[in-house]
Design a protein. Structure first.
Length: 88
């Protein structure tokens, strides 16, 4: 899940919705290379600013925009959104 970010949101400092498909493809390729099952799923969320509209702080893997083409990475949330991810 990603927020619309640029150019729709005035708070966005980087891309989110348009960048996430490419990032998801890279993550899937890495998982395949590491031999993880192709049906293994985890929650990935991305926002274009620290406001966190797509709730990246609760995702298993979250990306939070902090500048042009720059993201902070959060790890450790869970599917039920009952645990916050931590900054990696």
């Amino acid at each position: 899940m990603a927020c619309p970010a640029m150019p729709m949101c005035g708070l966005a400092v980087t891309e989110a919705e348009r960048s996430l498909p490419d990032i998801n493809a890279r993550i899937r390729a890495l998982c395949t290379k590491l031999g993880l099952p192709s049906d293994e799923a985890f929650i990935v969320r991305m926002t274009g600013c620290p406001n966190g509209c797509a709730r990246p702080y609760m995702a298993e893997l979250g990306f939070v925009g902090d500048g042009p083409n720059s993201y902070q990475v959060y790890l450790g949330g869970n599917r039920g959104a009952t645990r916050l991810a931590g900054l990696f």
